[in-house]
Design a protein. Structure first.
Length: 326
């Protein structure tokens, strides 16, 4: 299966607040919040949902094609992705703007306050997925992740027009997009990814009930943080997979991207939904215990040992066989 990932490519500026956000908010003043948090730590990492997912797939041995738009400052980042095994040949470089920036502060409860500077990401709409499909000899599945909203819609429409299966993953852009745009992304998707909160927001904005959304997609994958993941279709629940415990949790950023990387790697190797999600959940925990979304190098033996401790020896053997064939 040839998988393309169309999504943001960004630099992450991650900070840690040694307190709890909830203690700083005054209920009677919520209409005019003006707060500044003194942070103890600041690190700069490579990120963006598209790049994170491709990096995770590369760590698992699954080839993927990154589709996105970056600034002239991308050279070092691009070289690092290439070295990790990510195909960046169809990343568009814009000479007059910076690569997108994600700035996030995390408190002691792992709550986050973040902002995102679009930068070169706004030109993702200039990418032509149909041309990439032709040039690469064919794409089987494209994950359309959070990116320039117009670009997301264009990628979705072109994929459907050319018979490319779509994994819709609007995530952070749900807050910005209107109901009609979200319906356009979701309707007809082979996979639909979201977390539990995003699922509620999606229903509110589209006007579609949970059941109506299931009727419009092939498979719906909903992550529930520490409670794992639920995978379903119009016929019912396909799998419920518990999360892998993360006693060493240090940074929640990128866990969802890692899950998608693992799940898609499993599906590309023809695993069922449960086995694919087990790989996804194990990779997600690996990232949760790492500061930064691409700062880990996967140790295959340790990864399989962890998967076995969570899901059993049969699950680990299945994953081992899938990763060998990835």
């Amino acid at each position: 299966m040839r998988i393309a990932v169309a999504g943001s490519i960004a630099t992450d500026i991650l900070m840690t607040f040694p307190g709890r956000f909830k203690d700083q908010f005054l209920e009677e003043q919520m209409h005019k919040v003006s707060l500044s948090f003194l942070v103890d730590e600041l690190v700069v990492h490579r990120g963006g949902v598209g790049a994170n997912i491709c990096y995770g797939m590369a760590q698992l041995g699954q080839p993927s094609l990154l589709v996105g738009s970056v600034g002239a400052d991308f050279a070092e980042y691009g070289a690092a992705l290439t070295e990790a095994g990510v195909d960046v040949s169809h990343v568009r470089v814009c000479e007059n703007v910076h690569t997108a920036r994600f700035t996030c502060t995390t408190d002691l409860d792992a709550n986050q306050i973040a902002s995102f500077y679009t930068g070169a990401m706004a030109e993702a709409r200039e990418l032509d997925l149909a041309a990439i499909h032709a040039e690469t000899g064919g794409i089987d599945l494209v994950l359309v992740g959070a990116d320039d909203p117009e670009g997301m819609l264009k990628h979705t429409d072109l994929a459907k027009a050319h018979g490319i299966a779509v994994a819709a993953d609007p995530s952070q852009q749900l807050a910005r997009m209107e109901g009609a745009e979200i319906r356009r992304l979701v309707d007809g998707a082979t996979y639909l990814f979201s977390n539990e909160y995003e699922a509620g927001l999606m229903a509110q904005k589209t006007g579609w009930s949970h059941g109506e959304i299931l009727e419009r997609v092939g498979v719906r994958v909903t992550t529930h943080g520490g409670d794992g993941v639920v995978i379903e279709n119009a016929g019912g629940i396909l799998a419920k997979v518990p999360a892998v415990p993360a006693p060493g949790l240090v940074d929640p950023t990128g866990g969802g991207d890692a899950f998608r990387a693992g799940y898609l790697t499993g599906r590309a190797a023809d695993l069922d939904h449960e086995a694919a999600a087990q790989i996804g959940c194990t990779l997600a925990t690996t990232v949760l215990e790492t500061v930064g979304t691409q700062e880990y190098t996967l140790d295959r033996a340790a990864f399989l040992d962890r998967l076995e401790s969570a899901y059993g020896s049969a699950a680990a053997a299945t994953a081992d066989g899938a990763l060998k064939s990835a």
